[in-house]
Design a protein around this ligand. Structure first.
Ligand SMILES: CC(C)(COP(=O)(O)OP(=O)(O)OC[C@H]1O[C@@H](n2cnc3c(N)ncnc32)[C@H](O)[C@@H]1OP(=O)(O)O)[C@@H](O)C(=O)NCCC(=O)NCCS
Length: 374
């Protein structure tokens, strides 16, 4: 904006801005003004406001060492640079004193020169060097667009790479400009040790709070690995499993299990963990004489239904059963008969249950018996 005001044209070469002396003067002025304005906002401390008595110290300085981008395609990019080093230890010292460290897209070289950097580059390198838990990009758009009008809620690094690849090959819609800048940086950050990168809108009121404190969020979350893991349960999962199945037991959908029983039988359980929360579980009870196993306690938390988690748990239970040499799987259900039928289970009867199970069959519950050959 400052360049336009001063009547100077901005020159780009292959998407890279050429920073000549006039442009650098504008960059210095803009960075200085924005820094002062942010410092003023962070100094707010009026009574009866959320900032009352906040007393925040803002630290800014020469934390970023830069080097020139040099000559590209025969064009000297002059004062346009890239991050060479971040003074992570110095930043950490300020953070340890509870200061807020403000980095601007400006770096200095050991020769005393000033370079105009891309803010995404500075943010990404700083997050990696500090091994940050999160890197958040505030963009003009809502997030990474999906096929339709929606956005991707979460992407793993691999999925994010595919999105970029498809857009680059023209197999998908062109990505909005800020996504095209921020998504590769989110990938670099997540592969460099940052646990999460968020791409959210800077125009949506409360976007930051919604993204950080709601399960779904409002933008796109990029993570190094899938958020969901399917694994055998351990004793530490007992609390999580009880939290998941207790509401279903109260409704009479699942048979009641005590904590003690669950602790004893925990080896029979599989859990599906999503972002640190137990989202689903299933158990396999073997009946070796009949070469059969009961699939029991298959449950997905209401918050996570309809995402295929039930299918994942069933597939894993079937795989485990097959590996253990069972010929069939049976299930007793009062409400989910059709769900199992749609997945290859067929109607059976209590008389066809393994003997040990027949003795325990509760005729009052009138559960449907379904069976599937493995
Ligand atoms: C059955 C259950 C595990 C499915 O979990 P889920 O993760 O939502 O399942 P999926 O995402 O794999 O499948 C969802 C599909 O199943 C359908 N579905 C869910 N419950 C169903 C039911 N009781 N009967 C028929 N279909 C059902 C959904 O409508 C959805 O269909 P769609 O894909 O056509 O939209 C879950 O509903 C649950 O925990 N139920 C309560 C516990 C229970 O009854 N367990 C079985 C006895 S052990």
């Amino acid at each position: 904006a400052r360049l336009t005001e001063s009547g100077t044209a901005i020159r780009y070469v292959n998407g890279l801005r050429v920073t000549d002396d006039t442009a650098l003067a504008c960059v210095k002025e803009a960075a200085g003004t924005v820094r002062v304005e942010i410092e003023a906002l962070l100094s707010l401390g009026l009574a009866n406001t959320p900032m009352a008595g906040a007393d925040i110290r803002v630290a800014s300085g020469n934390f970023v060492t830069a080097q020139p981008l040099g000559v590209r395609d025969g064009v000297d990019l002059l004062h346009t640079g890239e991050v060479r080093k971040i003074a992570a230890a110095a930043i950490r010292r300020r953070l340890d004193q509870h200061d807020i460290v403000l980095l601007s897209p400006i770096g200095y070289s050991p020769t005393g020169e000033i370079f105009n950097l891309s803010l995404e580059d500075v943010a990404t390198q700083a997050a990696v060097e500090l091994a940050a838990d999160k890197l958040i990009f505030l963009m003009n758009t809502e997030g990474v667009p999906d096929k339709g009008r929606t956005i991707h809620n979460a992407l793993t690094v691999n999925e994010a790479r595919q999105v970029l690849e498809k857009a680059g090959q023209g197999k998908a819609k062109k990505l909005p400009e800020d996504v095209a800048y921020s998504l590769p940086c989110a990938i670099t950050a997540c592969t460099g040790g940052v646990k999460r990168a968020h791409l959210i809108s800077r125009h949506r009121d409360g976007a930051l709070l919604s993204e950080l404190f709601t399960r779904e969020g409002v933008g796109t979350l990029v993570t190094p690995a899938p958020l969901e893991t399917l694994r055998p349960a351990t004793i530490d999962d007992v609390g999580g499993i009880l939290g998941l199945i207790e509401p279903l037991e109260r409704e009479g959908i699942l048979v009641w299990r005590s904590r003690e029983l669950l602790e004893m039988e925990i080896d029979r359980f599989l859990v599906l963990e999503s972002d640190g929360v137990i989202a689903g579980c299933a158990a396999l009870y073997p009946f070796p004489e009949e070469h059969a196993a009961e699939l029991a306690c298959l449950a997905v938390s209401t918050d996570f239904r309809g995402r295929g988690f039930g299918d994942l748990l069933l597939a894993e239970a079937e795989k485990k059963g097959k590996k253990a040499g069972f010929k069939s799987l049976f299930v007793l259900t009062t409400r989910s008969e059709h769900w199992f039928e749609e997945r290859g289970f067929v109607d059976s009867s209590p008389a066809h249950l393994p003997k040990g199970k027949q003795a325990l069959y509760n005729y009052m519950r009138k559960s449907k018996v379904l069976q599937k050959s493995l």
